[in-house]
Design a binder for this molecule. Structure first.
Ligand SMILES: CC(C)(COP(=O)(O)OP(=O)(O)OC[C@H]1O[C@@H](n2cnc3c(N)ncnc32)[C@H](O)[C@@H]1OP(=O)(O)O)[C@@H](O)C(=O)NCCC(=O)NCCS
Length: 144
C-alpha cells in the first residue's frame, strides 16, 4: 500500500528520475533544483509523493496564484498504476487547495498524451475548448 507524503526538496532527484523515465512528461529548465526549491517554498504543503517498499512510486506538484490551482507532473511508475495512487495524490492536492479557498484547478496536458487526457476525463476534469494558451519566453531560452 503506497503512503502519500509531502514532497520536499529531498525528493528532487527521485522525482526527476521518475519524470525522465516517463513518456509524455517533459522536463524543462523550470524543473531545475533551484526552481523546484522556489516552487515548493512558494507553495508549501501542496506537492506530494507516493512511497512504497522504501522507494518513490509517484509524485504530483501543485501550486496556486491566489485565485486558481495548478497541477503539474502527476506521474506514477508503470507497475504501480491502476491502484488509485494518482487519485490519492490529486485528492490531497485538491483538498489542500480547497482549505485555502481555491476551488478551481488547471492542468496542462500535451495534445499527444492521449492516455493522460483519458485519465483526466475519466476523473471528471473538463477539457477546455474555449481557451487558447499563449506563452512568452524571456532571454530566448529554448527549454524554459
Ligand atoms: C495518468 C497516471 C498518473 C494515472 O495514474 P494511476 O495511479 O494509474 O491512476 P489511478 O489508479 O489513480 O486511476 C484512477 C482511475 O482513473 C482512470 N484511469 C487511470 N489511468 C487511465 C488511463 N490510462 N486511461 C483512462 N482512464 C484511466 C480509471 O478510471 C482509474 O480507475 P480504475 O483503475 O478503477 O479503472 C499514470 O498513468 C501515469 O503516470 N501516466 C504517465 C504520466 C502522465 O502522462 N501523467 C499525466 C501528465 S498530465
Amino acid at each position: 500500500m503506497a503512503v502519500i507524503r509531502l514532497m520536499t526538496i529531498n525528493h528532487y532527484d527521485a522525482v526527476i528520475q521518475l519524470m525522465q523515465a516517463t513518456p509524455g512528461v517533459s522536463i524543462r529548465d523550470a524543473d531545475s533544483r533551484e526552481s523546484t526549491t522556489r516552487y515548493l517554498e512558494r507553495n508549501p504543503g501542496l506537492s506530494f509523493v507516493a512511497e512504497e517498499g522504501g522507494g518513490l512510486v509517484g509524485c504530483v506538484m501543485c501550486g496556486h496564484d491566489g485565485r486558481r490551482g495548478y497541477l503539474q507532473h502527476l506521474v506514477v511508475l508503470p507497475e504501480y498504476r491502476r491502484r488509485g495512487i494518482a487519485s490519492a495524490l490529486v485528492e490531497r492536492c485538491l483538498g489542500r487547495l480547497e482549505q485555502l479557498g481555491i476551488l478551481k484547478t488547471h492542468i496542462d496536458v500535451f495534445r499527444s498524451n492521449t492516455k493522460a487526457q483519458a485519465y483526466w476525463e475519466r476523473q471528471g476534469w473538463k477539457r477546455r475548448t474555449d481557451i487558447q494558451k499563449y506563452s512568452y519566453v524571456c532571454n530566448g531560452s529554448i527549454n524554459a
